[in-house]
Every structure is written in structure tokens, then in C-alpha cells.
Design a protein around this ligand. Structure first.
Ligand SMILES: CC(C)(COP(=O)(O)OP(=O)(O)OC[C@H]1O[C@@H](n2cnc3c(N)ncnc32)[C@H](O)[C@@H]1OP(=O)(O)O)[C@@H](O)C(=O)NCCC(=O)NCCS
Length: 240
């Protein structure tokens, strides 16, 4: 892994309420986003900070971060499984999206049962990112940071009484790693996760440039065009 980079659970002192698309963030720069036509930053901050603070208070953490000195250069967000399936929030928990792709505005005001009262003690990895994927130069990718964040999560989750970690994955194609925040199946398998369910992601069945590019990458690796739409639910059992 990169020398000097520390991987740790995100604490209440520095809540990363937006993502790293624009570059690494410090405690100061996180609150100074550049204007963006699709991102109402003040609205997102008002919604996200209380949500992250409450999750941290009730469960101890809701993200793993990689720190290069005072800058966050990697993030892994996770949520208890019940939160992902809460009727009104649906699967959308992206902090840089409006509801329903992002959390409902009142999500933080709802009751979050403590872990001891949760029937399903599974954590779900919502997304991960190392460095700033949209930037031309990314010195933080493919250096083991992503894997280190998952290992840190597994250690913490086991020590805190969670029974499993799940994540979605797709085929091991460059474009999947470049833009999805879910990684390829191999990334998770190397960390001990196993496929427990395979479903078809309708968005990856469409005829658009992204899907066509995925199919070209699949063909170059001898994979069928159909498989690019496969979404794998990966699971790591922590009870053994
Ligand atoms: C997915 C991601 C977090 C992986 O993090 P990373 O720190 O680069 O991954 P690691 O170095 O820990 O890689 C572990 C293994 O995963 C696999 N892997 C990682 N990146 C890969 C790639 N681009 N292509 C193929 N396999 C890859 C490899 O098996 C790798 O092991 P190896 O390097 O020994 O071969 C990173 O690619 C990323 O940030 N992608 C952009 C995500 C994004 O845009 N998220 C926002 C969505 S809103």
C-alpha cells in the first residue's frame, strides 16, 4: 500500500458529506465545493451531515477513509442492510443525488434501531472510491487502498458484532472499475467475498454508448455481451 496513507474508520470529527470526484478533501475544503449545475451543495450538506452523524452515533461508523496527512484520498461508504431496504429510501443512498437516488430528506429523523435489536446484522457497502477517478492523474488507484479499506471494514465489523458484509459487483472490466463505485467481482473475491446472488441490472441491458463500450471490453476478454449486465451480490461471512 502507499507509504504514509492511513486507513481508518470515519469519525464524528470529520464527516465526509460529499464524495471525492473533484479531488482529495480536507476538513476545510469539504465545505467549499465548486459550483456544479447538478449539485445543490447546501441542500446536500443539510441532509447528509445529520444522517452521517446519526449513523456514526448509533453504529460507531458509516464509512472507512484513507488519509494522506490531512486529506481524505479514499472512501468506502457502508450502511446497515435494513437502511438500504427501508421502504421510503429504497436502494438510493448516494449522497450526491436527490431522492430517490439519494436518501430521503427526513431519513436522519427516523428511528435507527441499535445493532443489538437488528435481526439482520449485515452491512452493505454502498460505494467506494480511491483518489479522484474523474481526474486525469490518479496516484492513489491500484495501490491496494481499496482492498485495505475493505479489510479495515471487515476487522471493525467483526469486532463490533456485525455478522456479514455484502456488496454489489459487476464483471471485471476497466469501465466498471473506472466509474461504478462497485468494483469488479475479482476485487471482492480476492478479499474472501463469494457470489450469493446474480441478477440482471436493467440499466446495463440498454443500448447506449456506455453499454456498447462495456460489451467491447467484454468481447476483448472473451466474455459474452450478455454478461455485462450481470450484477453479483457478494457476501463475506464474519461469523466463522
Ligand atoms: C474500485 C476502486 C475503489 C478500487 O480501488 P483500488 O485502490 O484501485 O483497488 P486495489 O488497488 O485495492 O485493487 C485490488 C484488486 O482489485 C482488482 N482491480 C482493481 N482495479 C482494477 C482495474 N481497474 N481493472 C481490473 N482489476 C482491478 C485487482 O484484482 C486488484 O489487485 P491487483 O492490483 O493485485 O491486481 C477504484 O478503482 C475506484 O476508485 N474506482 C472509481 C470508483 C468511482 O468512480 N466511484 C464513484 C461512484 S459514484
Amino acid at each position: 500500500m502507499l507509504e504514509g496513507v492511513v486507513v481508518k474508520m470515519m469519525g464524528p470529527d470529520f464527516l465526509l458529506w460529499r464524495c471525492l470526484h473533484s479531488g482529495p478533501l480536507t476538513k476545510e475544503t469539504v465545505d467549499q465545493p465548486q459550483p456544479h449545475p447538478a449539485c445543490p451543495w447546501e441542500e446536500f450538506k443539510r441532509r447528509n451531515v445529520p444522517l452521517l452523524a446519526k449513523l456514526t452515533e448509533v453504529y460507531g461508523a458509516c464509512a472507512v477513509v484513507a488519509m494522506d496527512e490531512d486529506r481524505i484520498v479514499g472512501q468506502l461508504r457502508f450502511y446497515p442492510a435494513f437502511l438500504c431496504s427501508m421502504a421510503a429510501s429504497g436502494p438510493g443512498l448516494c449522497l450526491q443525488q436527490r431522492f430517490p437516488a439519494g436518501p430521503a430528506d427526513d431519513l436522519a429523523a427516523r428511528t435507527f434501531p441499535p445493532l443489538s435489536r437488528l435481526e439482520d446484522k449485515t452491512l452493505f457497502v454502498h460505494c467506494l472510491m480511491t483518489g479522484s477517478p474523474q481526474q486525469e492523474r490518479n496516484p492513489y488507484q491500484r495501490k491496494g487502498l481499496g482492498a485495505a479499506m475493505v479489510r479495515r471494514l471487515a476487522e471493525w465489523a467483526k469486532a463490533n458484532g456485525w455478522q456479514a458484509i455484502e456488496a454489489n459487483a459487476f464483471e471485471d472490466l476497466d469501465l466498471i472499475y473506472a466509474v461504478t463505485g462497485s468494483a469488479g467481482k475479482m476485487f471482492w473475491e480476492k478479499l474472501g467475498f463469494r457470489v450469493v446472488e446474480t441478477r440482471v441490472e436493467p440499466a446495463l441491458m440498454r443500448e447506449n454508448d456506455f453499454v456498447k463500450a462495456l460489451r467491447r471490453q467484454a468481447a476483448a476478454r472473451g466474455l459474452s455481451a450478455k454478461c455485462v449486465a450481470n450484477q453479483y451480490r457478494m457476501r463475506l461471512d464474519l461469523t466463522g
